[in-house]
Write a protein that binds this ligand. Sequence first.
Ligand SMILES: [Cu+2]
Length: 124
Amino acid sequence: MKKYGRNIKYAVVLMVILMAMIGCSSGPAYEAEITAEGAVHEDKVVLHLTVTEGEQPVSGLDIKGILEMRRMDHGIIEVHFVETEAGTYRGEAQLPMGGEWIATLQIDNGQEHVRQIVEFEVMD
Ligand SMILES: [Cu+2]
């Protein structure tokens, strides 16, 4: 019985350490949203990405996106986003088809790298 109690104590300590580690690696809490402008048949689709933190636009980020279709394998497409106004970033992509897309964003604020996954819809 005593041994069992000690194991639980170890498990709790381990859990607290794990939670602290996860908390540390999460970085800034950015909210990212992508709106696609245009349609696949019109050559390039323009992606408008907004990044906010606590409702405030976040400027000066270096953002790369890796795009893939949600339910189909079309490989991956890389996009680099350029800031057009405070907290708004623009990227262009030639996509094989419309539908549900997922962007894995690699956001660099000069000090930290954050990964964020954003879903968006593209017209055919
Ligand atoms: Cu597809």
